[in-house]
Write a protein that binds this ligand. Sequence first.
Ligand SMILES: [Fe+2]
Ligand SMILES: [Fe+2]
Length: 368
Amino acid sequence: MQNADLEQAVEISNDIYWVGSGSKSFLSRNSYLRIFKGSGNVANMLIDPGPSSDLNDLITKTTQVLGDISKINMLFINHQDPDVVGNLPYLCKINPRNVVLATEDTWRLVSLNSPQVTFKAVERFKNFRVSLNTQPSHRLQFIPTPFCHFRGACMLYDLESRILFTGDFMGGIAALGLMATEDNWPGIKAFHQLYMPSNEAIRKAVQKIRELTPAPLMLAPQHGGIIQGELIPEFLSRMEELQVGLDIISSLEDKFPMLISAANEIVVVFKELCDEETSRQVLGYFDPDGSYPALVAMSQDGTVTDIKGEPVEVIEALIKVFLRNVPADRQNILKARMTRILLEHNLPPFDLLLAQQEASADFLLDEN
Ligand SMILES: [Fe+2]
Ligand SMILES: [Fe+2]
């Protein structure tokens, strides 16, 4: 499955298809089509329909599987973000008999922008579970994950396939194929640091996943790779320890202005040591194309205005990029001047710089 052609629908489990988009972009969007077959009614459920910019892709992929997108008759939405619900008005128009499942908090917002359709609040199902009117019956469980990242966010657990559709939770940027590997972790971490509000919210969601019986075989998020096997407990444990959003902001509140000003001084030194073209190109890495904000926000003139990930790691990443791109004969000068800036700002030791100096202090004098 890892090498699947992502221009096509991909069957990830029996009667469950990935019909997502943007697999080559920084922030992929995963939509899933679940077909509940039986001798009686058939339900074709689309999970997280995706943004309107992906509609053509969604039409192509669902038509490959169903023959006609209007055969979709159930929609599940994790929360109300545009990358989740953009296609909802179209889908409800093409089949007004569609039934939408979501939490009440989510629907209150989504319904403002959707035509009249049948809505079923997941809170109304006893114990957040429902059996579909198919023969044989299929069972679904809804698992609210408050503030991961929206108040009304809710996961969907398909008890037959044991696939848990997690929405933004467990999602990641810079996916490297349909299935997640160890290499996906940095992108998952960065995504959560940016979009999840607090470790406390994450812990509650992790706990709910651990309590599921039977345990899920796959975690299928709305962005990035699908997580399975040993990576499930591994990534859940790391997630439990992850400091995100407000945790980061609160713990570094007093150091934050220092980090920003150090980052800006480092940018100035880098510009000084590079030719104009290289410096324009490298600083261009931090100029987001609109599809995803960079972890370092820079203004047009290359001034750092904000740091959105774990700040020390973000500064390290910045330093690594600069060191990689400065002309080889100026690397030591750059190292020396950056180290001086960091020390002057009383910032914590930056492993990267210190490790490369091999216990020699000479570089501090190696400016010219
Ligand atoms: Fe979201
Ligand atoms: Fe999302």
